[in-house]
Write a protein that binds this ligand. Structure first.
Ligand SMILES: [Zn+2]
Length: 330
């Protein structure tokens, strides 16, 4: 789906800057969009592409003209998306060379030749070095949009030739507004899905089905009732949550929100900004029986645990070591 700049929720500053540049025909030749997954970098890249090509020339996509429709259907002859080929891990040097040939051609009917590279971090160093040439001597009427979650592994020479725009997680309210619009679902459910997404629209729109929501509630009821010296209970929960990588990462996402809410209750004493509203009772129970420092320590540990899970350490053992920290001393 194509959204114009004015239909996008959030990222106001970044969009205002891009829109002004399109209107005045003062676009930089290369932009780097950096920010966590699911925050809308591709949505903004598509809006920028359509705004550039739109035949109305208003600085935003009209959504109706042949150019806008071609961008929306991903078949505009002057727009190229560079992604890893199916089943491949990297964007290769051959793909970059292919893109460079495309950019050297005359424009078909677009106002610019646009290339979107997503994600930049999957470009190996050979490919990045090849891309440098294009960044140093951009062909006339070309626009490059590079997308990345972080700049780790990206050559500094590549970074220094792009204008960087940072994207931050959306607020729960922004995600909820978008979810409600996309799916036409109730406001309450949109809030719940949004609160589970931690600012990632992609996650909120993927939705959590009822089975998952029930599993999550069950997991927290057990966590709330579990004592730190119940080795058997901890081991059972670790085994279940560690049954595969996806479940283990989901569990860590849940715990992140859970600990955040406990801290909100401990610090503010109010449930007004608690995200996991359907779990208020066990949350209050946990908030009353543990110290704030225990929550912050467990929260800080989540990144390490995530890394261990991603490196294929033994999931049950990793979670067994982590769960007592979530429970506090009680
Ligand atoms: Zn248009």
């Amino acid at each position: 789906m194509l959204l114009g700049f004015q239909e996008i929720i959030g990222h106001e500053g970044q969009i205002a800057l891009l829109r002004r540049a399109v209107e005045r025909d003062r676009l930089h030749h290369a932009y780097l969009f950096v920010g966590p997954e699911g925050t809308g970098k591709r949505t903004v890249a598509t809006a920028l592409t359509a705004a550039v090509q739109c035949s109305t020339g208003t600085g935003d996509a009209c959504g109706e003209c042949a150019s806008c429709r071609a961008v929306a259907h991903d078949n505009h002859p002057d727009v190229h998306w560079l992604e890893p080929r199916k089943g491949k891990r990297d964007i290769t040097i051959e793909q970059v060379r292919g893109l460079q040939q495309q950019l050297a051609l005359h424009r078909f009917n677009g106002k610019k030749k646009v290339a979107v590279i997503d994600p930049l971090t999957l470009m190996n160093l050979h490919a990045q070095n090849a891309l440098l040439k294009t960044l140093e001597e951009p062909p006339d009427h070309s626009l490059l949009i590079l997308i990345a979650e972080s700049t780790g592994g990206v050559l500094s020479t590549v970074l220094s030739r792009c204008l960087r725009l940072s994207f931050f997680p959306l607020t729960v309210e922004q995600v909820a507004a978008i979810v409600a619009r996309e799916d036409g679902i109730s406001e309450d459910r949109a809030m719940l899905l949004a609160s589970l997404s931690y600012g990632s629209l992609g996650k909120a729109l993927a939705g959590e089905d009822e089975t998952l929501l029930e599993q999550r509630r069950d997991c927290f009821r057990r966590l709330a009732a579990l004592s730190p010296d119940d080795a058997r209970g901890i081991s059972d929960l670790a085994e279940e949550m560690g049954k595969d990588r996806e479940q283990a990462l989901r569990f860590l996402d849940w715990v992140r929100g859970w600990l955040r809410d406990i801290m909100v209750l401990q610090v503010t004493g109010s449930a007004a900004t608690v995200c996991n509203r359907d779990l208020l009772e066990p949350l209050q129970q946990a908030a009353a029986t543990r110290r704030v420092q225990e929550s912050t320590a467990a929260l800080a540990e989540i990144d390490n645990v995530t890394r261990s899970i991603n490196r294929n350490f033994n999931r049950r053992m990793v979670l067994e070591g982590f769960i007592p920290g979530i429970l506090g001393q009680q």
